[in-house]
Write a protein that binds this ligand. Structure first.
Ligand code: HQG
Length: 179
């Protein structure tokens, strides 16, 4: 580990600013969630979150989940937002089945209301059960739900594929879910 290795806390601050609360560092994202990389660095440092360009690069490149997109000197979170915005993704045909990892204690509510986006703008789904298991395991013993994505799409629900492979949808009604 080099001397300038970014801390977990610094990575979390970047995710927090780009997904949930840009105003906390005086930042304003564009409608699709992008912000100038230089401006992000300047504002973070001005707000007391000391970060170098190298540290930001390390955070972007070491993100196992490819959480960030970089384009023309701009950066944005690929998914996970709670701040309203439009990622400007085209609706995409999903695989026949998608998966969602959760925990037992949410099941009754999920089987009553379907999957809700909660504080985020979308429900997050994955194309493989391993990812869903890891997502669920953040909260306890994982429970994997299977989503009949094909039937959902045929019924008119729109699916979006984030740059890092996460599938996004507004809501998953109960009728498309199996435990
Ligand atoms: C649950 C991480 C009760 C849902 C991960 C989940 C992911 C309900 C929680 C990304 C419900 C929301 C997103 C209902 C859904 N009643 N509970 N009707 N509907 N839930 O964190 O999918 O590391 O907002 O099952 O890897 O867990 O941040 O969503 O347990 O990709 O990049 O409510 O966050 O990525 O939790 O995780 P979240 P998630 P990062």
């Amino acid at each position: 580990m080099g001397r300038n290795e970014p801390s977990i806390q610094l990575s979390k601050t970047v995710a927090y600013l780009l997904r949930h609360n840009p105003a906390a560092a005086g930042l304003e994202l564009d409608p699709s969630g992008w912000i100038d990389v230089e401006e992000l660095l300047e504002r973070m440092n001005a707000a007391g979150h000391r970060i170098t360009a190298d540290q930001l690069d390390a955070i972007i490149n070491r993100s196992d989940k490819r959480r960030y997109e970089i384009r023309d000197g701009l950066i944005r979170a690929a998914q996970g937002h709670s701040v309203p915005g439009d990622l400007d993704l085209a609706p995409t045909t999903p695989p026949a089945q998608l998966f969602h990892g959760t925990v037992e204690r949410f099941l009754a509510s999920i089987l009553d209301q379907g999957l809700l986006s909660g504080s985020r703008t979308h429900v997050h789904l994955s194309s493989d059960t391993d990812t869903a298991r890891v997502v669920g395991a953040r909260r306890g013993t994982p429970v994997i739900l299977t989503v009949d994505a094909q039937r959902m799409q045929l019924d008119g629900h729109e699916f979006y594929l984030a740059a890092n492979g996460v599938w996004l949808v507004q809501h998953v009604p109960v009728e498309y879910l199996t435990v």
